[in-house]
Design a protein around this ligand. Structure first.
Ligand code: SF4
Ligand code: FE
Length: 485
């Protein structure tokens, strides 16, 4: 492979992987060309393609702090708050160009979190995780790899800790220690972009206690390591990608995918192990990854840009764009969308340097950012559906539009603004359907709700991070109440 791969080289590199992928109960021999998976590969390929465009170079590339070479920003360790802000802008840019989840952020966020946690473990225990990690990072940077950041375990019975589970595999754990490495078993759920990745970086999913130390592990594996199995998740409307009609797909180029990734007794050599039974650091790694990923949700403002553009077009195609309530609803969509972006910019701009040298986001603001993301895309989608009209869900297929028997009726009765062809209106409605209830809604809605932690996880962090004592102190002072009251 070469440095700063382009889209074609990325695709070729995926073809060399021997992944064990299943979908609809059958083995997928060639995931790259599989029509349901292919659009998600196109979206990751965009992270390579746009790094070569001069107009995006500043956002899409960075200078490696290890080698000084130019690298893709998705493999970069943030060296300043400016880097953090550029990461936010890169996420919005890519969301606005693809209209979907481009998947590569999880690996970037995992690597940045590990650059800090491995350093801190070494400080406490005199281990050498950071050195190992930096060597691994250099390999990722030099080969411009896409990494899946794998955090979410199946978790089993939510009321029980990892060691109390009815099945020990509900959380990833060590099953054997060897002189040359460890053997691990478990699974990671909802893995965004898993089969488009060269590497998988595994982290614990929750804070741990000493009894759970066999579960406090972090490591990296090539995505085609022996014993890894991928089971692709179904998405609403996914089989539209198998039909003849391109219009019915909505987004004709890009998409996302998730998979259940099973690790069935997989060997990990020591040089790829970044945490091993240091249970007291599991919570820190989770929190750091989650905070970075909560910042990453600037991507949703980018997808929001596409949805707002599509909604404005449909209003025009319907002849409704001059109605004052339609104009006001589109203002509301923009207001919400820019507010999403504000949170991501703010947590980046308010970031700070950690002792490892990595720049870390402001965690309170990152959690506020993600909390907004669990709500606003739903409201933006509601307004888009309001303006689009019921036709978005009752529209006949492209094959009906092309039919010699009924095509003329579809053409005639689905024309609104006489200057706009029916097909144009259908295309835009399908795009709105795709983002608000089709395959892209996985990323724009449910992923917004649960990705990087469900809403309650952010509320707990917000409660922990606000300086309540200071707020109370000033309130008491201003109204003449003593500090003790
Ligand atoms: Fe990146 Fe957004 Fe997809 Fe998460 S949802 S991987 S932040 S594009
Ligand atoms: Fe996510």
């Amino acid at each position: 492979m070469v440095k700063l791969m382009n889209a074609k080289q990325y695709e070729a590199s995926l073809r060399k992987l021997k992944l064990n992928v299943y979908m609809f109960g059958k083995k997928v021999e060639n995931p790259v060309d599989e029509p349901i998976i292919r659009p998600s590969m196109n979206a990751v390929a965009a992270t390579y393609e746009f790094a070569h465009k001069p107009e995006y170079e500043d956002l899409m590339t960075a200078k490696s702090h290890i080698t000084g070479k130019k690298i893709n920003r998705f493999t970069h360790i943030h060296q300043s708050t400016e880097d953090l802000v550029k990461k936010t802008k890169m996420g919005r840019l890519l969301g606005s160009l693809t209209g979907c989840c481009f998947q590569r952020c999880v690996g970037m966020d995992a690597m940045n979190a590990l650059s800090m946690t491995t350093y801190d473990i070494d400080q406490k225990y005199g281990t050498e995780y950071n050195k190992r990690f930096l060597k691994y990072l250099e390999y990722v940077q030099e080969n411009d790899l896409t990494c899946d950041g794998a955090m979410t375990d199946p978790k089993g019975d939510r009321s029980k800790a990892p060691h109390q589970q009815f099945d020990p595999d509900m959380f990833m754990h060590v099953v054997e220690e060897r002189p040359d490495g460890i053997v691990i078993r478990g699974a990671k759920c909802h893995q965004t972009g898993a089969v488009n990745s060269h590497e998988i970086i595994v982290m614990p999913t929750i804070s741990m206690r000493e009894e759970d130390k066999d579960y406090a592990i972090s490591f990296a594996l090539p995505s085609d390591a022996e014993g890894i199995i991928y089971i692709i998740g179904r998405q609403s409307c996914d089989t539209r990608k198998l039909g003849k009609g391109m219009i019915d797909r909505g987004n004709q180029i890009y998409g996302g995918h998730e998979a259940l990734v099973v690790f069935d007794n997989v060997f990990v050599p020591w040089e790829r192990v970044f945490m091993y039974k240091e249970w007291d650091f599991a919570g820190q790694l989770v929190e750091q990854f989650a905070s970075y990923h909560r910042q990453s949700y600037a991507c949703k403002a980018g997808v929001g840009d596409v949805l707002i553009g599509a909604t404005q077009c449909v209003a025009e195609y319907n002849g409704a764009n001059k109605a004052s309530h339609v104009k006001d609803k589109i203002i509301e969509m923009n207001h919400l969308n820019e507010t999403l972006f504000c949170g991501s910019v703010a947590c980046a701009a308010e970031g700070h340097r950690e002792s490892s040298g990595t720049y870390y986001v402001n965690t309170l603001l990152a959690n506020v950012c993600k909390q907004n993301v669990t709500r606003f895309p739903y409201e933006i989608a509601r307004l888009a559906q309001d303006i689009a009209g019921g036709i978005m869900v009752t529209l006949p297929s492209e094959e009906d539009l092309r039919s010699p028997e009924v095509g003329k009726w579809v053409e005639k009765y689905f024309k609104a603004n006489p200057d706009v062809p029916t097909e144009t209106r259908m295309r835009m409605l399908r795009l709105i359907e795709n983002i608000t209830m089709g395959t892209a809604a996985v990323g724009y809605l449910t992923e917004s709700m649960h990705g990087a932690g469900s809403p309650q996880a952010q509320r707990i962090m917000i409660a922990r991070q606000v300086n309540m004592d200071e707020k109370k102190r000033v309130a008491k002072k201003l109204c003449g109440v003593s500090e003790d009251d």
